[in-house]
Structures are given as structure tokens and as C-alpha cells.
Ligand binder design. Structure first.
Ligand code: BG6
Length: 491
């Protein structure tokens, strides 16, 4: 069903007045309009449960676009053309009667139809069933659903089954927005277009891998959702495991969705289980207390608005993942992610093993390994830390570590890097599933994460505290130090 042409399509957006739609989806669609990628005649039906007219919704969207689109990228004429595509429909998602209006909205039933469910996952099944019962969709309809798919393996199966009763797997586009980030896609180019790395990418040459996804923000009014999820469900089960898969997977036979997803699934299946006796050494769970963020005092997690003061939900996780296969045997993947850390930073560090025989000054031995630093955000780019001779007559054969740098914005004079949702929406319009997550990926990821959550529950241990504005509990540093290593910090 891959369609590379800019064909006309109808987009039905459930949850159109919600935070995700207003903050991410409409701005992304606006950018596609600005780039001339929305075909003439393509239309958007914004669907929500609030009483409003199309004119009112367009006005509200205009205001949000002004807010969420950079001034330099906001063009009133483009916004106006874009908003003319948008109609609004009030709907109680659970009431099949209301869906007749959706069918009527489609003046040309043969147009491509995309249904985007920007709603809580508990709504996916109901919407799917009602769409089918009222003949609002068919076997060509593409359906986009957001994470989280459930809160554990069992609930994700229920949701996937409900969707599966109405749609085939090749109609489903499960979003993990990290896969839409340009630099994340670049991992595939880096690994499989450069034989230099391809031949070095295994336990013979790599000692360990670090993946850090740090955020300086706290809970930002999402306490209700976040407290039920916690950092492991919100970030590790999806974004961080996807990054791990892209780093660890074997070369796919081609770039098709199934070839890439098959390889990712093999990695998820090979993740070593973290059993109760391993928890102390392999997993650190933290919760932030009051501290500072960008120089300003901020409250602790339990003092945020709407907080349940006794919550044991984690806002930080550091863990050591191991992959039981030939390529990665003995290579730990140290992963950490948290809210209210000192900065917003996502990066992957590949630590290569030192040369087999070391001949330079013994006191510089700690320098003797190459590192590949892949910066996902901010300052998207890569740096390969290599060793060279320090210049100067007095330096003898002293070594110096320096980077071979590639900062995308400077090197390629990239005007702007598209937001993940722009890329993902565009791929859905083309019917290309390779940046979306298949059912088995979601389920294997839950299987691994569920065991860690169960271990926490059984141990009854509360999360370790860390002050907002620090890099998490000291136990996270201890975890990696025990292995004779440290979290990478750029000097
Ligand atoms: C979302 C999580 O999926 O990703 C949020 O639910 C998190 O809690 C966000 O803040 C981070 O995304 P990004 O693109 O800002 O790194």
C-alpha cells in the first residue's frame, strides 16, 4: 500500500482539541502545508466532544499555531489556506449514532482516509468498532494511534486485539515519535551506509553503549497521566528501547518496514531478563525533590499541582540492559532517562574498545579508546573522538583526544530540521510503515519492562530521591562505576 505520490486524502482527527493535537499535530500539518506537501483538496475533520462551530475551532487553531509555530515560520496566508481545509465535528466517541456525520463529511469516499486517534488508548477500540459499524472506514483506511499502547503486556494485547478486529496490521500506524526524529533515522544511515562502522559494530570492537534521554522539564500539568505511567512506561518501554533496537539490530535486507521491524524484534527478544536478584546492580529508580531548573527554584514531584503526596512513581530510571546474542554478548547498554535533569539532552555514546596492545604513556591509558557520540537533540550531529599526537617539540608522543565533528546545521547549512510529527504524518500519507511500530515490537518491549515493574512492586522499595537539576540519584553513578566506567560528560 505504499503510495509515493502527493495524493488527496481526508484526515479524521479524534481528540482534535486536546494537547497533543494542538501542540504537535496541527503545527506539523501546517508545516506540511507550508512545504506544499498537502495535496489540493485534502481535508481535515477535527473531531472532539466540545460544543463548537467550525469557525470557532479555526479561530482557536490559528491562535495555537501562532503560539506553537516559530515567528520566522509563521505565514498568515499559508495558515489561512491551511485552516480552510479544517472542519469541526462534535462527537461522543462512544455513540455510534453520531458517526453518520463523519460519513457524510466525506464527499468523495474514494479519497485516501487517515484516521488519527489522539485520544486515550481506552478509546481506540470503541472508535474502531463504531467506524466499522457505520461504514466510515474500509480495508484501505490508515489508522494512526499514539503511545502508550496499554500500561502492560496484557492491556496492550487487549488494545491491539480490539484494533485488530477492525483493521489489518498493514493499516495500523503506531506512533513512537522518536522514530520520526531526523537524527534517529540517521542511525540507520550511519550504521548501514558506512562500512567503516558496519565492520566495527559488535562485541569484538565495542565495549559498551550509553543512551541518555534527559529532560529539564517536570510534569507540566500532566500529573494525572504521568503518575499512572512513570518514567519506565512513558519513556523506556518505547523511545529508549527503540533507540536501543536501532543501535543493536542486525542489518536489514532492505529498507522495507517489515525488514527493519523484524530485526528490531530480534533485539527485543534477546534482551536479558532482569530478575529480582539483579535489580540492585541493574536498575535505579528515582523521584525528584525540590531543586532548581534553569536557575529557578522548582517544586519536587510530590509538590507538583494535583500531586498525590504518597506517590512512589519514578521520574528517573537508569538501567543496564544486556543483549544475549552473538553480536552483543558482554556489551552492556547503560540507559538513563529522567525529568528535571540539568538539561534537555538526548545522546548515544558508542565506546569502542582500546587497541589490543598499548604502546603510549601509561598514564594516558584511560584515553585509549575511540568514542562515537551521536547527538539526537539539541545540536543534532555526530562526533567521533579520535586520538592524535599532541603537537609541539616538548610533547613527545603524548596523546590528545579530539573530535571529528559533524553538526548537521553547520555542515549542511540545514535551514530547519522538521519536527518528528511532520515526518510521521507525511509517511502516513504516503502509506509507508517503516517509521511505525509493529504489534510484536510493542508486546516484546512490554514483556521486558513488565518484569522490572513487577520486581519494584514486589520489593516495595520506594524510589531514590534526587534534587531537581541534578543527574539523578547517586545510585545511577554507582551502577556504572561498579563496572569501572562513568557516564559520559563532554568536557
Ligand atoms: C513523550 C513523553 O512521549 O516524550 C513525555 O510522554 C516526554 O513525557 C516526551 O516529555 C519527550 O519527547 P521529546 O521529543 O521532547 O524528547
Amino acid at each position: 500500500m505504499v503510495n509515493n505520490t502527493n495524493t488527496r486524502c481526508d484526515l479524521m482527527l479524534f481528540g482534535a482539541l486536546g494537547d497533543l493535537a494542538q501542540r504537535k499535530l496541527f503545527p506539523a500539518l501546517y508545516q506540511l502545508e507550508r512545504a506544499g506537501l498537502l495535496a489540493q483538496g485534502s481535508r481535515i475533520l477535527a473531531i472532539a466532544r466540545t460544543e463548537a462551530t467550525t469557525a470557532e475551532v479555526r479561530e482557536q487553531l490559528l491562535e495555537k499555531l501562532r503560539h506553537h509555530v516559530k515567528d520566522s515560520e509563521f505565514d498568515a496566508e499559508v495558515a489561512n489556506t491551511f485552516l480552510q481545509r479544517v472542519d469541526y465535528q462534535l462527537l461522543d466517541f462512544t455513540d455510534p449514532e453520531g458517526y453518520g456525520a463523519l460519513r457524510e463529511w466525506r464527499d468523495e469516499p474514494n479519497n485516501e482516509l487517515i484516521v488519527y486517534m489522539a485520544t486515550p488508548p481506552s478509546m481506540y477500540g470503541v472508535i474502531a468498532r463504531n467506524m466499522k459499524a457505520t461504514s466510515c472506514c474500509n480495508e484501505k483506511t490508515r489508522v494512526v494511534v499514539e503511545k502508550p499502547i496499554g500500561h502492560d503486556l496484557e492491556s496492550s494485547r487487549v488494545i491491539n486485539d480490539e484494533l485488530g478486529e477492525v483493521y489489518n496490521e498493514n493499516q495500523l500506524f503506531r506512533i513512537d515519535h522518536y522514530l520520526g526524529k531526523e537524527t534517529v533515522q540517521n542511525l540507520i544511515a550511519l550504521r548501514f551506509a558506512n562500512n567503516l562502522f558496519a565492520s566495527q559494530w559488535d562485541q569484538n570492537h565495542i565495549s559498551h553503549v550509553e543512551i541518555t534521554v534527559a529532560e529539564s522539564v517536570g510534569i507540566e500539568g500532566r500529573w494525572g497521566y504521568f503518575d499512572q505511567a512513570g518514567q519506565i512506561r512513558d519513556m523506556i518501554q518505547n523511545h529508549l528501547l527503540q533507540l536501543l533496537c536501532l543501535i543493536a539490530m542486525d542489518p536489514p535486507a532492505d529498507l522495507s518496514a517489515d525488514s527493519i521491524r523484524d530485526e528490531k524484534v530480534k533485539v527485543l527478544k534477546a534482551l536479558k531478563r532482569i530478575t529480582p536478584d539483579m535489580m540492585d546492580r541493574y536498575v535505579v529508580r528515582g523521584q525528584y525533590t525540590a531543586g532548581t531548573s534553569n536557575g529557578k527554584p522548582v517544586p519536587g514531584y510530590l509538590e507538583e499541582e494535583g500531586a498525590n503526596k504518597g506517590s512512589a512513581t519514578e521520574t528517573f530510571v537508569a538501567l543496564k540492559a544486556e543483549i544475549d546474542n552473538w553480536r552483543w554478548s558482554g556489551v552492556p547498554f547503560y540507559i538513563r532517562t529522567g525529568k528535571r535533569l540539568p538539561e534537555k539532552l538526548s545522546q548515544i555514546i558508542i565506546h569502542f574498545k582500546p587497541a589490543p596492545h598499548y604502546i603510549f604513556d601509561p598514564d594516558q591509558k584511560h584515553l585509549a579508546n575511540n568514542k562515537l557520540i551521536i547527538r539526537l537533540q539539541p545540536d543534532e550531529g555526530m562526533a567521533l573522538k579520535i586520538l592524535t599526537k599532541d603537537q609541539g617539540l616538548d610533547k613527545g608522543m603524548r596523546l590528545r583526544q579530539g573530535p571529528l565533528e559533524l553538526t548537521f546545521s553547520e555542515t549542511f547549512e540545514t535551514e530547519r530540521i522538521p519536527d518528528a510529527y511532520e515526518r510521521l504524518l507525511w509517511e502516513v500519507m504516503k502509506g509507508n510503515q517503516y517509521l511505525f511500530v509493529r504489534r510484536d515490537e510493542v508486546e516484546y518491549a512490554w514483556r521486558w519492562v513488565d518484569e522490572i515493574i513487577a520486581n519494584w512492586r514486589d520489593s516495595g522499595e520506594p524510589p531514590k530521591r534526587y534534587a531537581a537539576g541534578t543527574w539523578g540519584p547517586v545510585a545511577s553513578i554507582a551502577m556504572i562505576t561498579r563496572d569501572g566506567r562513568s557516564w559520559y560528560e563532554d568536557a
